[in-house]
Design a protein around this ligand. Structure first.
Ligand SMILES: NC(=O)C1=CN([C@@H]2O[C@H](COP(=O)(O)OP(=O)(O)OC[C@H]3O[C@@H](n4cnc5c(N)ncnc54)[C@H](OP(=O)(O)O)[C@@H]3O)[C@@H](O)[C@H]2O)C=CC1
Ligand SMILES: O=C1O[C@H](COP(=O)(O)O)[C@@H](O)[C@H](O)[C@H]1O
Length: 495
């Protein structure tokens, strides 16, 4: 873990796909530029499309230039890239891939360390991992690791099956399940804000916190992922993974040490303490939505059912709001509200921690409303924290006014926050699995989500589409909080 310049070959299955192009190649380039990779590294791209090493290098160069808006010229970086055309289901090609890897390792003096990054559809995961083992690609003198993209299953049962298949060839310690939200700077900051500030930790419980709200809104629709998304929906696409991971980080107990196992074990406890949904509970705790036509950032857009590769009668949700209760001593009685959706008003991920009101409003005589204190953690696009307090209005005797203490992480000159994939790839190369999800977390998340999807799949949403593109979701999402005497805090900073 201490090797600051890890030496490894990254084998990317799905190297001609969207993820490799938009995220993986630019991230590897940035790591190289920052000196986090020594010259002892190589990338071997794998996919069916024919490419020579030269044409693949040309393709990679172009994708990086497009993503980084920089010209690569004759950068030696690109000479570390190789390509092997392979159909993932064809055993024979794995032997040839192994020969290529051995050659590349000799050329760059890489001590047999291999990362197999599966940037492919999950139905291939089992086949690829079993071939990697049976054809000897995992039998090296160095370490071997497997990086797996989401979705990790469709429900608990399919996730278990997938996990068992993978575990035939890789141990849990070798498996790095990506949740890219865990690579975001401010998601990683949650722990530090909580555990490195004496003013927050004593208040971080049901005696002082009224509710916690997590919103992750997108302006994009389903783009060209209609086929995948229409079978997934927002619950599986965003809630089962990213949203529940943020809940776990916000609610976990302080770990004994900052080790991977200690942190994961605290997160798992939170996921297990989530109050399970019975089928009858679902309507009281969760709201689903689907966007219709509307205007997003001044542009007229089509409704979800009109999107490419989407069933024109689709029952799939593109929006979810939910109230989660964590049944443990720290959080009993405190609702965690989550909300996520496509084609909403703005692209934003924020966490708002609303503290309980002061025991009595001393300023009621002047008809002053004392605002609740809020801690806002801005995950994206702005990164930072804001603390909302009350102070005296200047000049006027004992009148109150809301004030904000702001810290903006990505406003500081010279700070260029690394992209989540860049950090996660580097962590994986160094063997740090802290910001990857352990199987126990995946299983607990599916257990929570499954009853909700069962109800939604079996009952037609008669009101779909129930929110206009460009809005903040269906009215029912507001009513979910109103029932408890709360409301969603606005995302644009005004209260
Ligand atoms: N794109 C994104 O932003 C995100 C993607 N993901 C996940 O990452 C994974 C990849 O997604 P994405 O890049 O978008 O998918 P794409 O469809 O763009 O790419 C799929 C890749 O798989 C290759 N491939 C398909 N079939 C085979 C086969 N039989 N043998 C060998 N290679 C094959 C394709 O290459 P070829 O046709 O040349 O064989 C291509 O390189 C998916 O699991 C997705 O859910 C997760 C989060 C975000
Ligand atoms: O995993 C996913 O996340 C993106 C949103 O990620 P962000 O970093 O842009 O917030 C979402 O668009 C996609 O549907 C989902 O698969």
């Amino acid at each position: 873990m201490n090797d600051v310049q890890p030496k490894a070959t990254i084998v990317i299955f799905g190297a001609t796909g969207d993820l490799a192009k938009r995220k993986l190649f630019p991230s590897i380039y940035k790591l190289y530029q920052k000196g986090k990779l020594s010259e002892q590294f190589a990338v071997v791209g794998v996919a069916r499309r024919p490419h020579t090493d030269e044409s693949f290098r040309h393709y990679v160069k172009e994708t990086i230039e497009e993503a980084t808006k920089q010209e690569l010229m004759d950068d030696p970086f690109i000479s570390h890239f190789y390509y092997h055309s392979l159909d993932a289901t064809n055993t024979k090609s794995y032997e040839q891939l192994n020969e290529l890897l051995t050659r590349v390792e000799e050329q760059f003096h890489i001590p047999g360390n291999r990362i197999f990054y599966l940037a492919m559809a999950p139905e291939f995961f089992g086949t690829i991992t079993s071939h990697l083992k049976s054809e000897g690609l995992t039998a090296t003198n160095g370490w071997t690791r497997l990086v797996i993209e989401k979705p990790f299953g469709h429900d608990l049962q399919s996730a278990q099956k997938l996990n068992e298949e993978i575990r035939q060839s890789f141990s849990e310690e070798q498996i790095f399940r990506i949740d890219h939200y865990l690579g975001k700077e401010m998601v990683q900051n949650i722990e530090v804000i909580r555990f490195a500030n004496a003013i927050f930790e004593p208040l971080w419980n049901n005696r002082f916190i009224a509710n916690i709200q997590i919103t992750s809104s997108e302006t994009l629709g389903v783009e060209d992922r209609g086929r995948y998304y229409d079978h997934s929906g927002a619950l599986r696409d965003m809630v089962q993974n990213h949203m529940l991971q943020m809940v776990a980080l916000l609610a976990m107990e302080p770990p004994i040490k900052l080790t991977t196992d200690d942190i994961r074990s605290e997160k798992v406890k939170v996921l297990r303490a989530l109050r399970p949904m019975t089928h009858d509970d679902v309507d009281n705790y969760f709201v689903r939505g689907q966007y219709g036509r509307g205007i997003v950032r001044g542009q007229q857009v089509v409704g979800y059912r009109e999107e490419h590769s989407v069933d024109p009668h689709s029952n799939t949700e593109t929006f979810v709001a939910g109230k989660l209760m964590i049944d443990n001593f720290r959080w009993a009685g405190v609702p965690f509200y989550i909300r996520t959706g496509k084609r909403m008003t703005e692209k934003s991920t924020k966490i708002v921690v609303q503290f309980k009101d002061v025991p009595m409003n001393l300023y009621y005589r002047t008809s002053e409303y004392v605002h609740p204190n809020l801690l806002v953690i801005h995950i994206q696009p702005d990164e930072g924290i804001t603390l909302h307090l009350n102070a005296k209005k200047s000049g006027e005797s004992m009148k109150t006014t809301p004030i904000k203490l702001d810290y903006c992480n990505n406003c500081i000159d010279g700070i260029n926050t690394p992209e989540a994939y860049e950090k996660l790839l580097y962590d994986c190369m160094r063997g740090d699995a802290t910001n990857f999800t352990h199987w126990d977390e995946v299983a607990a998340s599916w257990s929570f989500v499954d009853p909700i999807s069962e109800v939604w799949e079996n009952t037609k949403a008669v009101d779909f589409p129930n929110y206009e593109a460009g809005s903040m979701g269906p009215k029912k999402a507001d009513e979910l909080l109103q029932k408890d005497g709360f409301h969603w805090w606005s995302l644009n900073g005004t209260m």
